[in-house]
Ligand binder design. Structure first.
Ligand code: BEZ
Ligand code: FE
Length: 298
């Protein structure tokens, strides 16, 4: 097309994409161009606004390191990471939620009933339940990756005062699909807001807080891997998570208990529990693997 106008530029772009382009790439790129062109037409985007957007992307690149990916954080606070998660989630089973940047491989293998509290300060909590199929059958031998912040809102890889794998574990569900551990209540924390994404949050009157949460990756043969989080029902940031990770089914009451024999599924903690502690009883339901692999988004 020679005479390109604001009304036909999308058509011109679509005409440039070779017919034999990979069909999925062609579809996604054509949709992207169509929405981006509509966005510019609808907003009547000015040169300075367009430049500001590009500067944000440049700054995101500049601040990114192998440990900090500002582009993923941008996707998180725009709700894109969660939306990709949701459109790729099966209809059955526990909803997925953001992976975040603080998962590390190599957490120690621990038995069901492990005491992760050790020297950690904070409110003692026992977390347990079952890994189940959508039909309610227990899944034995499911693997659970567990990680969380300490009471100070920091993960072990953000805090030199914590041991490398503090409050991180790799557990295998028992013959009845059960898992259980004692820990301390994780604290709410802020996503990094000292870069361009933080600037965007502050410019739009948004805060960078995430509600307290426990992270899990649950995997089992013939089932779709599940990346998710579990939130306490009394957290002040539940309705305004900076990265849109909260789902109703992932919100659990932390129930106060005074009797160490009242644990989920009659299991025992391999350690001493204080006289007062809280219990989170949460079952994971894994959808059957239909051959489509779940993409791990942040
Ligand atoms: C997290 O939950 O660890 C997290 C998720 C998104 C951005 C930052 C942190
Ligand atoms: Fe987190």
């Amino acid at each position: 097309m020679r005479t390109v106008s604001k009304d036909n530029i999308t058509e011109a772009f679509l005409g440039y994409v070779a017919k034999d382009t990979d069909p999925r790439l062609k579809f996604v790129l054509e949709k992207l161009a169509t929405h981006l062109h509509d966005f510019v037409r609808e907003t009547q985007l000015t040169h300075s606004e367009w430049r500001k957007g590009l500067e944000l992307l440049y700054a995101a690149g500049e601040i990114s390191t192998p440990q900090r990916n500002e582009f993923i954080l941008l996707s998180d606070v725009l709700g894109l990471s969660s939306l990709v998660d949701m459109v790729n989630s099966p209809d059955h089973g526990t909803p997925s939620s953001v992976l975040g940047p603080f998962h590390v491989l190599g957490a120690p293998d621990v038995p069901v009933g492990v005491d992760l509290i050790g020297d950690n300060k904070g409110v003692p909590v026992v977390v347990g339940g079952r890994v189940l199929t959508p039909e309610g059958e227990p899944i034995a031998g499911a693997e659970l990756e567990i990680w969380q912040t300490a009471d100070n809102g920091l993960y072990s890889n953000q805090d030199e005062a914590q041991a490398e794998y503090n409050l991180r574990a790799h557990m295998t569900s028992d013959k009845d699909g059960r898992y259980l551990f004692s820990t301390v209540r994780p604290a709410p924390y802020t996503v990094p807001d000292d870069g361009p994404v933080g600037e965007l949050l502050h410019a739009t009157g948004r805060h960078p807080w995430r509600p307290s949460h426990l992270h899990f990756i649950v995997t089992a043969e013939s089932h779709r891997p599940l990346v998710t989080e579990v939130f306490p029902s009394d957290d002040e940031y539940l309705d305004e998570d900076a990265v849109f990770g909260v789902r109703e089914q992932l919100v659990m009451e932390y129930q106060e208990r005074n009797d160490a024999s009242q644990l989920p599924d009659d299991l025992e903690i391999k350690g001493r529990l204080p006289s007062t502690f809280y219990v989170v009883d949460f079952d994971f339901v894994l959808a059957a693997d239909t051959g489509m692999s779940q993409l791990l988004t942040s």
